[in-house]
Ligand binder design. Sequence first.
Ligand code: KG4
Ligand code: ZN
Length: 348
Amino acid sequence: MLPRQLYSVNWDFLSRCLCYNPFVKILGIESSCDETAAAVVEDGIHILSNEIASQIDIHARYGGIVPEVASRQHLLAIIPIIDSALRKADTQWQEIDVIAVTKGPGLAGSLLVGVNVAKSISYAHNIKLIGINHLEGHIYANWLTKTLPIFPLLCLIVSGGHTDLIHMSFHGKYQLLGHTRDDAAGEAFDKAARILGLGYPGGPAIDKAAKNGTPCLALPHSWLNGTHDFSFSGIKTALYRLAEKGKLGNVNDAAASFQEAVVSVLAGKTIAAANACGAKQILLSGGVAANQALRQKLFQSSPLPVQVPPPILCTDNAAMIAACAYFRLQSGIEDSYDMDVIPGLLLA
Ligand code: KG4
Ligand code: ZN
């Protein structure tokens, strides 16, 4: 070993850097709904592994998620998926600095599986524990893309349970500008797909069918002028009334019409909110952000730069939970074993 003074290194500087946790490895765990997921992420931006066990095939039989079935499936899948995430990341337990787990919002029984497994591992291996808001995780999927987002920004979170317009001035600083007054956008896609007989989950099915259709049905575009709020129950009802009267016509055209109406309202209101709050950039996140038409519409019509994660990071995953935890860790936040699940957790 060389004496310290022979190294051409500034030791003061190096030790200060070390306090900033270089090469922090976080194991993320996500089980809020119907995906059991685990991932290892380094420094909040580099994915070393991202494993997802989907329950879609099981719930598809029932036409939607059955909460009791979901939590039992999480129990079966969670340990193998964590093992697989560590193996793919070529990482041992002693290299993991933090366990990050979704604590809400979501299905209580499903969240309990993830949170209790995370607590047990944290205790057994003496690793820090951080509970993460699932919606905040969706936003942080954008830190796992090639370019880092710039503040202040406007994020549209569009998932199965939420449609929120969030102004984010810095890490952890959120203001809710608008939200849905009834159905979430993903929920509307799922219900419309059921009316059209396209199966579950409806979003990807409508996305696919719409590619072979032309938007020709006159469906309501709910602008709710003067607010940043959304409403998607009217369009679903209009589709249902047409189906009742046997006036839906070609299913691909009906899918394209529904998608066009939802996407143009989502994109138009997001751009308006971004202009109103002085955002420098627009982020998209959540399962519906995987929709090709929505991505295209925002890229084409936004005067501001638009960033959206690849589809696999839009739908539920654990890499986004680990990424979010890295930035919480920087502000000194960690949780204790008192942490509980919060099914109705809000972001702002
Ligand atoms: O974020 P997510 O995976 O789970 C929740 O947190 O809810 O979002 C799931 C929702 C479902 O409603 C699904 O139909 C929708 O995202 N979705 C899509 C697409 N892929 C998933 N909606 C439209 N187009 C897609 N390609
Ligand atoms: Zn989600």
